[in-house]
Design a protein around this ligand. Structure first.
Ligand SMILES: *[C@@H]1O[C@H](CO)[C@@H](O)[C@H](O)[C@H]1NC(C)=O
Ligand SMILES: *[C@@H]1O[C@H](CO)[C@@H](O)[C@H](O)[C@H]1NC(C)=O
Ligand SMILES: *[C@@H]1O[C@H](CO)[C@@H](O)[C@H](O)[C@H]1NC(C)=O
Ligand SMILES: *[C@@H]1O[C@H](CO)[C@@H](O)[C@H](O)[C@H]1NC(C)=O
Ligand SMILES: *[C@@H]1O[C@H](CO)[C@@H](O)[C@H](O)[C@H]1NC(C)=O
Ligand SMILES: *[C@@H]1O[C@H](CO)[C@@H](O)[C@H](O)[C@H]1NC(C)=O
Ligand SMILES: *[C@@H]1O[C@H](CO)[C@@H](O)[C@H](O)[C@H]1NC(C)=O
Ligand SMILES: *[C@@H]1O[C@H](CO)[C@@H](O)[C@H](O)[C@H]1NC(C)=O
Ligand SMILES: CC(=O)N[C@H]1CO[C@H](CO)[C@@H](O)[C@@H]1O
Ligand SMILES: [Zn+2]
Ligand SMILES: [Zn+2]
Length: 510
């Protein structure tokens, strides 16, 4: 585990956009989704960066705020990631849990498919499992977001009605590519997708960091289709990241951009790239200020790098970035007027990380006395997380906490003068950021589906062409309907409200 890496530079430069405007359309589009990044999270991270730098600056993304977005789903005012990704990716409102299908379960074309059909190159980059709701909503179609094996099948092209639509993918989730006979598998069948992708679909499937490094920032070599999937589940929180195993989001984003740019150089069509800072959301569900903070700072670094990339020789590329929803209902100023960002400085790992350190210790010392346990928790779990001077009952409460990560997060939050109001998402509007050709035309407040349609039209893509092809495939359409009727819909839809939280914790079961 490493300590908090350097935070966003103190002096944040506004990078002026000097490319063509208005009448010109961008050749390439990037959608950068900071999952669960609400306006309070931005203030939270900015206040911390300013404390740390003894400054009053803005965060890098602050400079590119252009509007805000309404996020409600078709069946609830509080969206989940699946319905929201379907709104951005396909331009339709749907129910929580839906991936690329409407409320009557019919599949709708997404921007990755439309781009592929029109001859563009395409990429997906995420710090979550690449089979998780957000990348899935931009590339696949299932009744239920938890069908991650089916999503993996579609991602490689096997079981996707349009064949393979993704050229490069980077993220976590290798367990959904392994057959159930493999002890690391998350599948319920014998499909060895990792091998099948290579033998039948020409994928280069990689998981070791050295394979990523061989790409030389995307500037040379490599065969597409290409997958880099270093983790069985989600990639590590930025604050926990072991850089010998996993690159940062910034590194993955820039490598993929350089490669897509190279691939499309001699084509009359450019590329579409989806990038996700996924775990800002997971830390919100865990009420974990440390995980939340460092993934937000990494999102800011990656955004700054992408904007710099556009500004330097790639002004034909446009970028939009907006969260799918807020997460955790974060507030600063609890109790009245309290908010002490300095409390977050010592925290050297996520709450999830320290809970797993404790679990390992407990396994190694099953006969430890209660006193030894209490001392261990106070000094080896709480203190490196930033909780000092814990009372006796604060320490013993850890053992019986229904979610020990949330428990630790709440203890630290109380010391910092912040609080979380929900374990789920909220209905609060999110901020839309943008850079490049025509993005300034999005000043104002938008419905999330309008953002998807805007990107498609900027690339000259017609989503209906993909929709018609998908809906013409009777066996595919029938399969989604069968999944829908096999589940008891009301129960299923209620379960959706908790789905994000549950899927975060799927990562714990190894
Ligand atoms: C912080 O900045 C203020 C004003 O710029 C300065 O007076 C002060 O000495 C700085 N404090 C530290 C610890 O650098
Ligand atoms: C329909 O979709 C399935 C994947 O679900 C695919 O295997 C099949 O080839 C498609 N059929 C047609 C006619 O495109
Ligand atoms: C895989 O590559 C071979 C050789 O280049 C090619 O003939 C084949 O069509 C490719 N298969 C797919 C599914 O793209
Ligand atoms: C995957 O991430 C988990 C934490 O989320 C970490 O413990 C594990 O070491 C990672 N695995 C690999 C192979 O990087
Ligand atoms: C822990 O205690 C149990 C019963 O008291 C004993 O059987 C076991 O060997 C002990 N384990 C270790 C690791 O000392
Ligand atoms: C934890 O709960 C168990 C029963 O649910 C109780 O016996 C025990 O005293 C509790 N431990 C602490 C430290 O609160
Ligand atoms: C923090 O929020 C929780 C609800 O999530 C509430 O129960 C608690 O009282 C709040 N803490 C303070 C100090 O207001
Ligand atoms: C988009 O494609 C659909 C289906 O092919 C077609 O009916 C429609 O006219 C197209 N829209 C535009 C704006 O070209
Ligand atoms: C009263 C008390 O124990 N204060 C301690 C709280 O934690 C800090 C940091 O470890 C110590 O420096 C204080 O002495
Ligand atoms: Zn989300
Ligand atoms: Zn979430």
């Amino acid at each position: 585990m490493k300590f908090a890496s350097a935070i966003a530079a103190a002096a944040v430069l506004v990078i002026p956009f000097v490319g063509a405007t208005n009448s010109t359309k961008p050749r390439n589009y990037i959608y950068f989704l900071p999952d669960g990044y609400g306006p309070a999270s931005e203030t939270f991270a900015r206040d911390y960066a300013n404390y740390k730098n003894n400054d009053t600056n803005k965060l890098p993304v602050d400079n590119y705020a252009i509007g805000y977005v309404r996020t409600y789903a078709s069946d609830t005012l509080v969206t989940d990631s699946a319905a929201a990704a379907t709104a951005y990716g396909c331009g339709i409102k749907t129910y929580n849990g839906a991936i690329g299908v409407d409320p009557s379960f019919a599949p709708h074309g997404n921007i990755v498919e439309a781009a592929k059909l029109a001859g563009f190159h395409t990429g997906l980059v995420s710090t979550s499992r690449i089979t998780h709701a957000s990348p899935a909503g931009f590339s696949t179609h299932v009744f239920d977001r938890d069908s991650e094996a089916a999503i993996a099948d579609q991602l490689v092209g096997y079981a996707h009605p349009l064949g393979r639509v993704v050229d490069i993918m980077m993220g976590g989730g290798r367990c959904f590519f392994l057959p159930q006979s493999d002890e690391d598998s998350c599948r319920d069948d014998d499909v060895d997708l990792w091998s099948l992708a290579q033998t039948d679909y020409n994928w280069t499937m990689t998981s070791g960091r050295e394979k990523f490094d061989e790409l030389s920032n995307g500037l040379e070599g490599g065969e597409i289709p290409f997958a880099f999937i270093p983790n069985l589940s989600h990639m590590m929180y930025e604050v926990d990241r072991e850089s010998s195993l996993e690159p940062s989001l910034e590194e993955m984003a820039i490598t993929t951009l350089n490669w897509l740019d190279r691939l499309s150089k001699d084509s009359d069509k450019g590329f579409f790239l989806f990038i996700e800072a996924a775990r800002i959301d997971h830390a919100g569900h865990s009420h974990d200020p440390i995980g939340h903070l460092h993934d937000i700072l990494e999102y800011n670094r990656a955004m700054e790098a992408v904007i710099q990339w556009i500004a330097t020789d790639h002004t034909d590329t446009a970028l939009l970035s907006g969260a799918d929803h807020e997460c955790g209902g974060l507030t600063m100023g609890v109790p009245d007027y309290a908010w002490y960002p300095e409390v977050l400085e010592p925290g050297s790992g996520s709450a999830e990380h320290f809970v797993s350190v404790y679990e390992d210790w407990e396994e190694s010392f099953p006969n430890a006395t209660q006193d030894a346990k209490n001392t261990y928790v106070a000094t080896q779990i709480f203190e490196p997380y930033g909780i000092f001077n814990a009372t006796g009952s604060e320490v013993t409460g850890f053992y019986n906490a229904s979610d020990p990560a949330v428990y630790m997060g709440n203890l630290l939050a109380a010391r910092a003068g912040i609080n979380w109001s929900t374990l789920g998402h909220t209905a609060v509007d999110i901020t839309l950021f943008g850079y490049g050709i025509n993005t300034d035309s999005l000043i104002g407040n938008w419905n999330n589906v309008e953002v998807g349609h805007f990107m498609a039209s900027q690339l000259g893509l017609n989503l209906s062409i993909a929709t018609e092809k998908l809906q013409a495939n009777e066996s595919f359409v029938g399969g989604i309907l069968a999944d829908a009727s096999a589940s008891s819909s009301t129960k299923k839809l209620r379960k959706r409200l908790l789905a994000d939280h549950e899927s975060v914790h799927l990562g714990h079961k190894h």
